[in-house]
Write a protein that binds this ligand. Structure first.
Ligand code: GLN
Length: 386
């Protein structure tokens, strides 16, 4: 059977993690922490199961958790959202994005995604019967180029897939980006899915500009967040989507047939954790900035280029001084010769490009970062000598 995604294989994240295990390499590829989570969260999960919260949760999410999320959104952005009609608990951010895409896109519709973009966006559009039009981020610096977006719009465009802080570019959109996006969709029948899972990871005193803070955008957006990133526990798979009531209704129509409802004990645990830590997320920027700086300093003399990283828990490595622009091949050499798993950027593009970048995850113990830097420095030295 040809299937609906004939040329799609297993994601680069899964492949790289598998190969890192096989080769016993340091895994700085797939974005997940290698340090322990807060033991209090573990205790709360266990307590939730002991308390008997082991049957189906409500389809739209546990009310107590949605109320905690509303309080968290108020603390972050000074805005009020109705937990009943505007917040839905999803299976991580990936399900929120997938379900929102299915809710919006039908056969023949077009969605705009950027190039590079997170790998799940385009398959979600195609599985809905739509076409994904890719607009390149402008170089240098992977900036949104709103004139190019305007040129890509037509009467079939229904959706723009926006992402900030951006994975994998590590850039942070500004207020002017939100304004440009709002103007583009103003007189058109277009909605936005805004992937904001790294909302708390913005460095150097910058701040995250959520679409929720822009009234015109908030009225037309699905804003997507995740506790996996905020609680250092990517295996939780508890995310949420904030959208106006009319969009939330459409999202839930899909969600109820996609994942139906999300782990009940985990929702109880996260709600209880948020009650105890209403400011969780507030220290993430300084926590990850220290890790970014540690890795950058350790690679300072390596000869690798280190493009600015304004946010997310990644750092790009520019290897153009050492090797031809073939990121798949260079990532393979790093894996087998330096024993460091990274993520090449090609899979984030519609059409593979000759790229000089691989992505490193900084959400690692200091000693993992130090060992990775030592291996990368030694590899760079070998390349220089060759
Ligand atoms: N979000 C993770 C990353 O960018 C990947 C999650 C996954 O493997 N699907 O590394």
């Amino acid at each position: 059977m040809a299937g609906k995604l004939p040329e799609v294989g297993t994601t680069i994240f899964t492949v790289m993690s598998r190969r890192a295990r096989e080769l016993d390499a340091l895994n700085l590829g797939q974005g997940f922490p290698d340090y322990d989570i807060d033991p209090r969260l573990t205790a709360l999960v266990s307590a939730a199961m002991s308390a008997g919260h082991n049957q189906y949760a409500p389809m739209e999410g546990l009310p107590a958790l949605r109320e905690r999320i509303a309080a968290k959104l108020h603390a972050s952005y000074g805005l009020n959202f109705d937990p009943q009609d505007e917040i839905t608990i999803t299976l991580g951010a990936t399900e929120a994005i997938f379900s929102a895409v299915q809710a919006v896109i039908g056969a023949g519709d077009e969605a705009i995604a950027f190039d590079p973009a997170y790998d799940s966006y385009e398959p979600a559009v195609r599985l809905a019967g739509g076409r994904c039009v890719r607009v390149p981020l402008a170089q240098p610096g992977f900036r949104y180029d709103w004139e190019r977006v305007r040129a890509a719009l037509n009467e079939r465009t229904r959706l723009i897939l926006f992402n900030s802080p951006h994975n994998p570019a590590c850039t942070v959109a500004g207020a002017a980006d939100l304004e440009a996006l709002a103007q583009l969709i103003a007189a058109r029948d277009i909605v936005v899915i805004s992937d904001e899972v790294y909302e708390h990871v913005v460095f150097d005193g910058g701040r995250h500009h959520s679409v929720l803070t822009h009234p015109q955008l908030a009225a037309r957006s699905f804003a997507v967040f995740s506790f996996g990133k905020t609680l250092h526990a990517t295996g939780l798979r508890v995310g949420y989507c904030v959208a106006p009531p009319a969009l939330t209704r459409e999202l839930r129509k899909v969600h109820q047939f996609n994942t139906f409802s999300i782990s009940h004990p985990l929702q109880h645990a996260v709600a209880a954790y948020l009650a105890e830590h209403p400011d969780c997320g507030a220290d993430l920027a300084s926590f990850f900035q220290a890790k970014r700086d540690r890795l950058r300093n350790a690679l300072d003399a390596s000869g690798f280029g280190l493009p600015p990283a304004q946010g997310t828990y990644f750092q790009l490595l520019d290897f153009s001084r050492f090797a031809p622009r073939d990121d798949m091949q260079f990532a393979e050499r790093l894996l087998t010769e330096a024993r460091v798993a990274t993520i090449p950027l090609s899979p984030f593009y519609a059409v593979p490009q000759p790229l000089p970048f691989v992505r490193l995850c900084i959400a690692k113990q200091d000693r993992t970062l130090d060992e990775a830097a030592a291996r990368l420095n030694a590899f760079a030295q070998r390349l220089r000598a060759a």
